[in-house]
Design a protein around this ligand. Sequence first.
Ligand SMILES: Cc1cc2nc3c(=O)[nH]c(=O)nc-3n(C[C@H](O)[C@H](O)[C@H](O)COP(=O)(O)OP(=O)(O)OC[C@H]3O[C@@H](n4cnc5c(N)ncnc54)[C@H](O)[C@@H]3O)c2cc1C
Length: 447
Amino acid sequence: MVDIIGGGILGLSLAYELLKRHIPVRVWERSASLGGLMGRARFPELDGMECDRYYHAILSSDHTLMSLFDELGLRSRLRYTITKMGFYHDGRIYPMSTPLEFLRFPPLRLIDRLRLAYTILACRRIKDWRSLEQIPVAEWLTRLSGERTVRHVWAPLLRAKFDGDFSHVPATYIWSRLVRTTDTRTKGGSREVMCYLPNGYQELIDALAAAIRQRGGQIEVNATIETLQVTDGRVSGLVVNGHELPADNVVITTQTPIARRLLPPAAASVAARWGQLDGFLGIVCMLVVMRRRLTPYYTLNITDERIPFTGVIETTNLIDPQYVGGYHLVYLPKYVSAESPFARMPDDELRQVFLSYLQQMFPDLQQEDIAAIRIGRERYVEPIHPVGATDLIPPVTTDIDGLFLANTGQIYPQLTNGESVCAFARSVATQIQPLVTRPSSAALSLI
Ligand SMILES: Cc1cc2nc3c(=O)[nH]c(=O)nc-3n(C[C@H](O)[C@H](O)[C@H](O)COP(=O)(O)OP(=O)(O)OC[C@H]3O[C@@H](n4cnc5c(N)ncnc54)[C@H](O)[C@@H]3O)c2cc1C
């Protein structure tokens, strides 16, 4: 039996993969519902409308997700949309969806635009990411795209993504991002195709939960794991909502700082090892439910550093609004370190600040256009992998028999998203299968 802590997409897809390998599982989730960061937002004031709490795109090139959809019978549920991207620069919006629009982007001279296009092509040719992980992203981009493009395009985007400081970020970050998004282009590369499930990622979460239960797996919600028990160098139990339970094999899927808090003093060496690389950025994200469309773009990147949010993500330019009560969904994310004033700003103030900047960007935005607002806050979202720190990433296995760590902080150089999380879950299942199916040392000593 394997006990999995965390009922987010990682915990559930890992449970499913282990069951496919005939290994029994129990999933423990602290919240009342499954899905974690991929969970739902509910609006009783809008006739019970529900939508994804955060924006979650699926790309047509997401091969692991597609095979999972096939296995779970969800493939026919997918809807495809050609999406558009724009840039907000110097008080104006520029379309940036096609190569031609790209080549017309005014802040750059022709030579800069050509070098930007070259950067993207060069990225696709790089297969050995190890050569990039020692190079700071700004240095690498300046070499490829030139100083002007870095100043006008890359630096504002990176500053927004890493809450101001991207000096520690390796070149692999942009490489992963460009390789993933250029794979989603239509033939000829002119348009980006994305897809979605009509009821959001919740459909995948529900289908995984149903498949787990159907194969005999157990899922417990409202079940907080308080600590693990370790005896003679191996896992011996779990404390769930104050009750002790015997356990042989435990996989923790929560982010590393949370995982460390679950370890008992007997696992101090494991806690120290995990602590070598456990940084995560958090996020504050305001969801504005609108009665009309705001932009034609799925993503509007912002290079104007006066605007506090990272971008304007209008997911109803991907999802048909009929699936969210006819409303239009606009997400305003801001990545934050724990010290960021935005991380601690009270909801009322945050709402006022974000709305005033949104109004500045879209002067025709009226109060009556807004049907509802929700503010989401998460402390651990984006794992931080500094330059040259790959060897510090904690391994899945530990010095304690039966104790494993599998979380988004270990996904590298890929970025964290549904595709990479499900691919990682598959590889973790393969990796731990021989370790959780062999007879325990106690059983061996009886033979
Ligand atoms: C604003 C935003 C935008 C994003 N955009 C995208 C996107 O476009 N595409 C994409 O694919 N991904 C996107 N992501 C990332 C994606 O949401 C995450 O990578 C993914 O959901 C992580 O899943 P997880 O299972 O690893 O973690 P989580 O979802 O955090 O799950 C961990 C679970 O563990 C539970 N837990 C914690 N402590 C305990 C305990 N002691 N006992 C029991 N249970 C516990 C938590 O309640 C939680 O449910 C985005 C995330 C955010 C916040």
